[in-house]
Design a protein around this ligand. Structure first.
Ligand code: AMP
Ligand code: MG
Length: 319
């Protein structure tokens, strides 16, 4: 009799532990990892949060290997080494991404252009911090045009100018956010916040409040807070990376038209929309061209909106 009672007690205890574990599955899991030369942080809540976070980490590493122009092993670096010599076989994923980038160039009247790489190398912002003269700029500019990218053969790329090179820095984090969102949709989770160094994706059934960095103030000081649900919030600003010399500030967003640091009268531009890649491309483009381009892009993409801080501190928002 004693033995039977003991067995029943053990069964009850095990049942309580199993039920408790099941009910407690709804957890929040937070992790940080380094990719795209940025600290990425993800915070996921839901039954399968841990597995989802692990999958996000793997995806960030995979995309870094694919798109990071600074790493000699990446597919983008391989393209930059060989695509000027003839048609080069590339993955379908990168082929389609470059194709969409060309579309963004067309939509932004050339302000967004992944072929700025020769200019990026020339200025070497954060490295040598070189201020090029007009002849250096003109030489580099000859190779800069999205029209020098030939994608006429499926899953192949060819640069039609010998010095053309690409840099996906203005769109890679946006693309990564979209991929991560896709991955989250395969897991049993409720909501998540993905932060790729200021490039945010708010996923799931929760309204997140996302602060927009004030361009002139300490990191973390916001001039506006926006609500985001199943949306991306992407900001471009000169303050993110640059250097000062003789009282002049030089920075990393370059004009494909004259090769100089973009100066269109704005300090920062934030784009809110469903597709992070598009927000990322358009934030860079509007920084280059100014607020009139924001109005045009908003008209053609009603789901996308722009918050701009102008040089004089005025805030401007598209409808
Ligand atoms: P973002 O911070 O998204 O505006 O991207 C800026 C990064 O994209 C720079 O660090 C460059 O690597 C690259 N870039 C600079 N100017 C342009 C441009 N006009 N079009 C596309 N990429 C650019
Ligand atoms: Mg961008």
């Amino acid at each position: 009799m004693k033995k039977v009672l003991m067995i029943i007690s053990v069964v009850i205890i095990v049942a309580i532990i199993v039920t408790g574990a099941y009910l407690n599955r709804n957890e929040t899991c937070e992790e940080k990892f380094f990719a795209f030369n940025t600290l990425i942080s993800v915070k996921v809540t839901g039954n399968d949060a841990k597995n989802a976070v692990d999958a996000l980490g793997k995806e960030a590493t995979r995309l870094d290997k694919l798109l990071n122009a600074h790493s000699s092993q990446s597919e983008v670096s391989m393209i930059n080494t060989a695509a000027a010599d003839g048609y080069l076989d590339i993955s379908e994923e990168v082929y389609l991404l470059i194709k969409r980038c060309i579309q963004y160039s067309q939509n932004t009247e050339g302000a967004f252009d992944i072929t700025v790489k020769p200019l990026v190398d020339l200025w070497d912002i954060g490295g040598k911090n070189h201020i090029p003269d007009e002849s250096e700029l003109n030489k580099a500019l000859k190779a800069v045009s999205y029209e020098n990218i030939d994608l006429s053969q499926k899953n192949k790329v060819h640069f039609t100018h010998p010095d053309t090179r690409i840099d996906l820095g203005a769109v890679a984090k946006g693309y990564a956010a979209d991929r991560m969102k896709e991955i989250l949709s395969g897991f049993d989770i409720d909501y998540a916040l993905i932060d790729l160094g200021g490039n945010i994706y708010a996923y799931g059934e929760r309204e997140y409040r996302v602060g927009i960095q004030h361009p002139d103030k300490e990191r973390g000081e916001h001039f506006k807070v926006i609500s985001a649900k199943n949306a991306s919030v992407v900001t471009s600003g000169a303050y993110e990376r640059g250097f000062e010399r003789d009282g002049v500030y030089y920075h990393h967003i370059l004009s494909p038209f004259d090769g100089k640091c973009a100066d269109s009268g704005i300090k920062s531009v934030t784009v809110v929309g469903e597709v992070s890649e598009m927000c990322d491309a358009y934030s860079t483009a509007v920084y280059v061209k100014g607020k009139s381009l924001a109005d045009k892009l908003q008209e053609n993409n009603p789901g996308v909106s722009f918050v701009i801080m102008e040089d004089d501190g005025t805030q401007y928002e598209t409808k």
